[in-house]
Design a protein around this ligand. Structure first.
Ligand code: NAD
Length: 352
């Protein structure tokens, strides 16, 4: 077996545990800062204001304008607040949208970031920023984008609605599945990916029955950290290419798109790399694609792209874009095969 690999550890501080978000102020000071700007979406404004009140004089303001896909005009509005308040760090409280805004500010200013994630998207542990301008989404990777401190506090995720918990969990799992066959995978990324999948298998079916259960939320958040970390360290392939194409072209909801596509892209690639995806079948049972689809169905995830309002003509367009300039993938890609895969996902079929 070829054991050559490169492993680079992330320099970020990861703080995990119930109630640990109360230590946000200590982390502001440990970073050598004293003027934190709180970031949130409009929906989580009250939570951000409460956190700012807890930070006391360490907080200089709240900008609650974060939205999906990090539009540049929102970042520019936030940059004005950064300048007005003379903020020397940002504290992002929320999901991938809020984290994206904090990263966009850090990319422009090199201000340190503390992220307190409240979904399972995983953006907080990646040096990747996707931003949109004029209807176009571009993605970049830079050391300044990686948040310095991440505080995972399960208590802040007990209110994540069940539907979002499910799709956000499957979004995270998609990072882990693609990490298993990544061209630049390494033994640590593969261990983390399998452990992340196990954490979601152990928690999501019970979270839908008892959403506020803290121990289950802790397991899922642990899975989110593991899956996000592998997203940040190894390359993604066909699955992420299709989801970026669908999200970028048709504005489909991020987590739902990942949730629907995952069993189909995994089944497609399992043909080429069965031994690398065998751990997925071991965790979820059955075949790789079938096991993931059964799990998604069991936890009430959306299963069909047509439920997101896409038409069959949109599938033609997606197959064209996704195969024009593809990411590296373990199985060769052609327009006809990808169109067939999209048809199955559109209809919500269980992969063979
Ligand atoms: P989100 O951040 O857009 O959150 C969706 C909604 O849920 C928002 O209204 C938010 O305020 C609300 N919400 C979040 N947590 C909540 C909670 N605990 N309780 C109640 N409401 C809550 O969704 P997301 O899926 O986390 O993030 C999607 C965005 O993240 C996309 O723009 C995607 O491109 C980006 N992303 C980036 C990376 C990366 O590495 N760059 C990785 C994953 C996702």
């Amino acid at each position: 077996m070829n054991r050559d690999f490169i492993y680079s550890g992330s320099p970020a501080h990861i703080v995990f545990g119930q109630g640990k978000s109360a230590a946000a102020g200590e982390w502001v000071e440990k970073l050598g800062c004293s003027r934190a700007l709180m970031l949130a979406t409009p929906q989580q404004k009250a939570d951000a204001e409460a956190m700012a009140a807890r930070l006391g004089p360490l907080a200089v303001g709240v900008f609650a304008g974060a939205v999906m896909h990090t539009p540049v005009d929102v970042t520019e509005a936030a940059m004005k607040v950064v300048a007005e308040t003379k903020a020397d760090c940002v504290v992002s409280l929320g999901g991938g949208s809020t984290t994206g805004l904090g990263k966009a500010i850090a990319y422009r200013t090199d201000l340190p970031q503390i992220v307190i994630p409240t979904t399972y998207a995983g953006s907080e542990v990646t040096p990747i920023l996707g931003q949109t301008e004029g209807g176009r989404k571009t993605t970049l990777r830079h050391a300044s984008i990686l948040p310095e401190v991440v505080i995972y506090d399960p208590a802040l995720t007990t209110g994540l609605p069940v539907g979002m918990s499910v799709t956000s969990g499957l979004n995270a799992m998609a990072h882990a599945v693609e990490a298993l066959y990544a061209q630049d995978r390494n033994p640590i990324s593969s261990l983390m990916a399998v452990e992340g999948l196990r954490a979601f298998k152990a928690s999501l079916p019970d979270i839908i029955k008892t959403p506020p259960a803290l121990d289950l939320r802790a397991d899922a958040l642990y899975g989110a950290w593991l899956c996000g970390t592998v997203l940040g360290t190894v390359g993604m392939a066909l699955h992420h290419k299709i989801c970026h194409t669908l999200g970028g072209t048709f504005d489909t909801p991020h987590a739902d798109t990942h949730a629907i596509m995952l069993p189909h892209t995994a089944a497609y690639n399992a043909v080429a790399v069965p031994e690398l995806l065998a751990p997925v079948a071991r965790v979820f049972g059955g075949s790789v694609g079938g096991g993931l689809w059964d799990f998604a169905k069991e936890i009430g995830a959306p299963l069909a792209l047509k439920g997101l309002g896409l038409t069959e003509v949109d599938l033609d367009h997606t197959a064209e874009i996704a195969t024009e300039n593809p990411y590296w993938n373990p199985r060769s890609i052609d327009r006809k095969s990808i169109r067939a895969l999209l048809q199955d996902a559109w209809e919500g079929k269980r992969p063979a």
